[in-house]
Design a protein around this ligand. Structure first.
Ligand code: FRU
Length: 491
């Protein structure tokens, strides 16, 4: 007989690689995701972390420094890379791109005002020798006003914003900025007049360096690369709350000459369709006494959470033309958001990392804010979720025995670190950067809007654990995004 309150076995995943062009989508199943709660300590008391220490980011101080010296709110951030995710300095300067917003706005209002800004700092300085806030200089916005709005056929938008992406430096030193170009069509009361329109886009520009700093130019034109197709990737017509964003491009040594892109999507069903998850999405072994009944899951509300990780392939060398391929991962009836996906290659393996919120998990599934990881033998594989089959690679300290609240009203019983990190990006050598959303708990919290301390994950086989020998007890420098490659004669 099943133990009361027990947990199922995770789904068996072979890690076997399929062709990137094949019609196979790996499933992050409910049986997998229920391992998250399985490893949470049911006896953890108020404000304690209930999750295993080895998968939890050490607690960040509420006295964190601010990387823009309070010029702008800062959240999702990405480095300048090549096709293998190496990070570059240019003529001796490290350069990063961030979503930024005016400090006059509340931090929670940021999404409809987001713009891409950039920062620079001298390369080759150890984190411990830098100012506490990382020592970045804010360079300003990448785009002139109006440029990113030009691609929308319906020009009657009320808000036009730039969301996350990634940046590539080519052999000639030009920067290709992939990002999400978004138009909102709102009524005066904030409701949608028509669904928002997110598009994956590209703009190319130049970087200029001097002894004093870095300036960007160009970025005057935008190519509209991809819009959700309704076949693999849900559209606004199927669900006005769909997710389609966050392009990350890379090359796969197994397919020389090709460039691929992963991005956040949703499975292409109509909102309300209950057939979005099947026995395969539940993923229970035959006879598992802890298996759920499919109809019960379908009637639980879990069918509104159908995140996926999309794949596309470039059709030309300029990377201006792309074709969708089937998603590489789906999380049907598991979570609605598999954000900022990236492919990380190490030890002959392919790791897929993606971020998810506690609040976007489906009914019956619970897990912390964090970065989730999957390992396989190719970019399209039967991905094995890391760490006891759960998928959790690095979570914020969280107590799953208590509700979450929100970043502007965290639950009184929550660990003060539950919103201390989001939008993690895994860098070479397993280093991970993220931004601080809220630090603290009810009655005593401070909003972030700046990058937190970089941490390091020891990534091997199907596990990822926090390296507590890195930095100070596992916490490295704030906003530390070091280059591991140099570009240009003055590097
Ligand atoms: C993650 C995220 C991204 C999106 C951006 C919008 O923090 O939701 O998926 O591009 O924030 O602000």
């Amino acid at each position: 007989p099943a133990p009361v309150g027990g947990f199922p076995a995770p789904t068996k995943h072979s890690q076997k690689a399929y062709s990137p062009f094949a019609d196979f989508t790996s499933k992050w199943t409910r049986a997998d995701a229920r391992q998250l709660k399985a490893m949470s300590d049911p006896k953890a008391g108020p404000r304690e972390n209930s999750m295993p220490e080895e998968y939890t980011m050490p607690t960040v101080s509420q006295d964190f420094p601010d990387m823009s010296n309070e010029k702008v709110w800062v959240w999702d951030t990405w480095p300048l890379t090549d096709g293998s995710a190496n990070q570059y300095s240019v003529n001796g300067w490290e350069i990063i791109f961030s979503l930024v917003a005016d400090r006059k706005l509340g931090f929670d209002e940021r999404h409809v005002y987001a713009k891409i800004g950039y920062f620079y700092r001298k390369a080759g300085v150890a984190a411990k020798d830098r100012p506490a806030n990382g020592g970045w200089t804010y360079g300003g916005l990448v785009f002139d006003e109006g440029v990113t709005g030009t691609i929308f056929p319906d020009q009657s938008y009320t808000h036009q914003t730039q969301w996350s992406g990634s940046a590539r430096i080519d052999k000639g030193g030009r920067i290709k900025l992939f990002f999400t170009d978004v138009a909102f069509y709102r009524n005066a009361d904030g409701s949608d007049r028509r669904p928002y329109d997110p598009r994956i886009a590209l703009s190319t520009g130049n970087v200029h360096t001097s002894s004093k700093g870095v300036r960007l130019s160009g970025f005057g034109k935008v190519d509209d690369l991809l819009q959700a197709d309704g076949k693999y990737y849900q559209t606004g017509e199927q669900n006005p709350y769909f997710n389609f964003r966050d392009p990350f491009t890379f090359e796969d040594p197994a397919y020389p000459g090709k460039t691929f892109m992963v991005f956040e999507g949703n499975s292409a069903y109509r909102r309300g369709d209950k057939s979005v998850c099947t026995q395969q999405d539940l993923g229970y072994a035959k006879g598992d006494p802890q298996a759920e009944d499919l109809e019960t899951v379908r009637n639980s509300g879990a069918t509104y959470q159908i995140g996926n990780v999309g794949l596309a392939v470039a059709d030309n060398k300029n990377l201006t033309k792309w074709t969708f391929l089937p998603p590489i991962l789906s999380a049907n009836c598991v979570t609605d958001q598999t954000e900022r996906p990236q492919i990380y290659m190490a030890n002959g393996k392919y790791y897929l990392f993606t971020i998810s919120h506690r609040s976007t998990f489906a009914a019956g599934i619970d897990g912390p804010e964090g970065v989730y990881g999957f390992v396989g033998d190719g970019i399209r594989s039967d991905y094995q979720p890391l760490n006891r089959g759960s998928g959790l690679a690095l979570g914020s300290p969280t107590n799953l025995n208590y509700p979450t609240g929100t970043p502007f009203a965290p639950d009184a019983n929550q660990h003060p670190g539950q919103f201390q990190a989001y939008s993690h990006y895994v860098m070479p050598n397993g280093e991970v950067q993220s931004f601080i959303d809220t630090n603290g708990t009810k009655g005593d919290f401070r909003r972030g809007g700046t990058l937190g301390p970089t941490v390091r994950l020891d990534i091997r086989g199907d596990s990822a654990t926090v390296d507590r020998t890195y930095g100070d007890g596992g916490l490295g420098g704030y906003a530390d995004i070091p280059a591991n490659r140099t570009f240009g004669p003055r590097s």
